[in-house]
Design a protein around this ligand. Structure first.
Ligand SMILES: NC(=O)C1=CN([C@@H]2O[C@H](COP(=O)(O)OP(=O)(O)OC[C@H]3O[C@@H](n4cnc5c(N)ncnc54)[C@H](OP(=O)(O)O)[C@@H]3O)[C@@H](O)[C@H]2O)C=CC1
Ligand SMILES: N[C@@H](CC(=O)OP(=O)(O)O)C(=O)O
Length: 365
């Protein structure tokens, strides 16, 4: 058996960082050894630096690791560095890491729109990783050092949205109109400072800064095709696909719910049963590659009228699977449905780990 690859986490004390700690405990491919956070946390043992908020206990292995400042030198032995950094600081830190030759898999929004940066939801568009894979292969051929690179994970609501769209587009052709209204968990807002109780208890906040624009834009990059020479993604134009998102914060701990309606470009549309079958039968490439964390069932189609529900359904396939319920005809567009995804697993840390497993399977790290 090959030795485990050493990995690190930036922003290890935050909402996403804590999920990385849980998901990387006892991982068969990766050994988490380096934890980075702000200068406020650096120098402390993780157990003393973190304000642990997960319902699972803090894993033993992480407790005594001394948190470091986010400097590339401290992470030089890492095959991958996962980033759960506050976006205000991620830009310069991730750039330094990339320039130091490190492979960064980031949750932050900073580089998602860069042409040479793959924006990847691992159960949807792992083929976009070829944008960096090609550079790695070229370096290997010329005997040069493995290049540093950044792979971005999408916005967490976008991850849930594109999961059911992918099999539908593969089976029935383009979706030209799409609307979504989200009900987003408080863990999505992070822990520093996070959503205050008085704002969210007995309440719904109908605004999440920047979220609607991110969902509307990122969907078109993720569903875009890789160009023939694998050097860029052909982002869908507004003419090809119109997306409208409305985002709300609700008093749920984990799990983003999204009510979506869509229209197919090709008319007449598929039947309701064909739509459900396409969702049910979808198997993501990561599972075919044998990746450890890949969901066995990528999309769970639920038939009960009152599902999916965050508390009951967010942990399907350990949070790597997406639940879809209430699939039905829409009197305005073609079909509507309710999608639920775990925002800090398949929407964040879990997505990062699954991306790293794919990079490993392809020998890019
Ligand atoms: N929560 C979610 O569901 C999702 C979040 N994201 C993105 O992931 C990133 C992390 O989000 P989240 O975990 O929610 O945020 P949190 O606010 O919970 O955590 C932020 C992390 O950044 C660290 N940090 C803050 N300032 C600095 C600094 N100056 N230098 C180095 N590290 C610093 C914090 O360390 P310290 O504790 O020491 O202050 C902490 O570890 C964000 O970019 C977010 O947009 C993406 C998808 C989903
Ligand atoms: N904004 C999301 C979290 C997230 O994914 O943010 P970003 O796209 O900035 O990484 C939420 O509040 O639930």
């Amino acid at each position: 058996m090959c030795a485990k690859k050493i990995v690190g986490v930036l922003g290890a004390t935050g909402s996403v960082g804590q999920r990385f700690i849980l998901l990387l405990a006892d991982h068969p491919d990766f050994e988490l050894k380096v934890l980075g956070a702000s200068p406020r946390s650096a120098g402390k043992k993780y157990v003393d630096a973190v304000n642990w908020k997960q319902t699972d206990l803090l894993p033993e292995f992480a407790k005594d690791i001394v948190v470091t400042e986010c400097k590339a030198e401290a992470f030089k032995d890492c095959a991958v560095v996962f980033s759960g950094l506050d976006a205000d600081f991620a830009g310069s830190i991730e750039k330094e890491f990339k320039e130091a030759g490190l492979a960064v898999v980031s949750n932050a929004k900073n580089y998602r729109r860069e042409a040479d940066v793959p924006l990847v939801v691992p159960i949807v568009n792992p083929e976009h990783l070829e944008l960096v894979g090609q550079k790695v292969e070229l370096a290997k051929k010329s005997g040069a050092a493995r290049p540093g690179f950044i792979v971005c994970i999408s916005n967490c609501s976008t991850a849930g949205l594109v999961a059911p769209l992918k099999p539908l587009v593969d089976s029935f052709g383009p979706i030209d109109l799409l609307t979504t209204t989200t009900l987003q968990a408080i863990s999505g807002a992070g822990f520093s400072p996070g959503v205050s109780g008085i704002d969210v208890l007995d309440n719904i906040v109908p605004y999440i800064g920047g979220e609607e624009d991110k969902m509307e834009w990122e969907t078109k990059k993720i569903l875009g095709a890789l160009s023939k020479d694998k050097s860029a993604v052909d982002i869908l134009s507004d003419e090809e696909m119109k997306v409208s998102a409305q985002c709300n914060r609700v008093a749920v701990s984990d799990g983003h719910t999204e009510c979506i309606s869509l229209r197919f470009k090709n008319q007449p549309p598929p039947s309701l049963e064909q739509v459900k079958q396409s969702l049910r039968e979808y198997v993501c490439d990561a599972f075919k590659l044998g990746c450890h964390s890949a969901p066995k069932q990528t999309i769970h189609v639920l038939e009960q009228n009152d599902r999916p529900q965050p508390r009951l359904d967010r942990n399907r396939d350990n949070g790597y699977g997406v639940s879809v319920g209430r699939v039905r005809e829409d009197p305005v567009l073609d079909y509507k449905m309710v999608v639920l995804s775990h925002n800090t697993v398949i929407g964040a840390a879990g997505a990062g780990i699954l991306i790293a497993e794919i990079l490993l399977a392809k020998n890019y790290i």
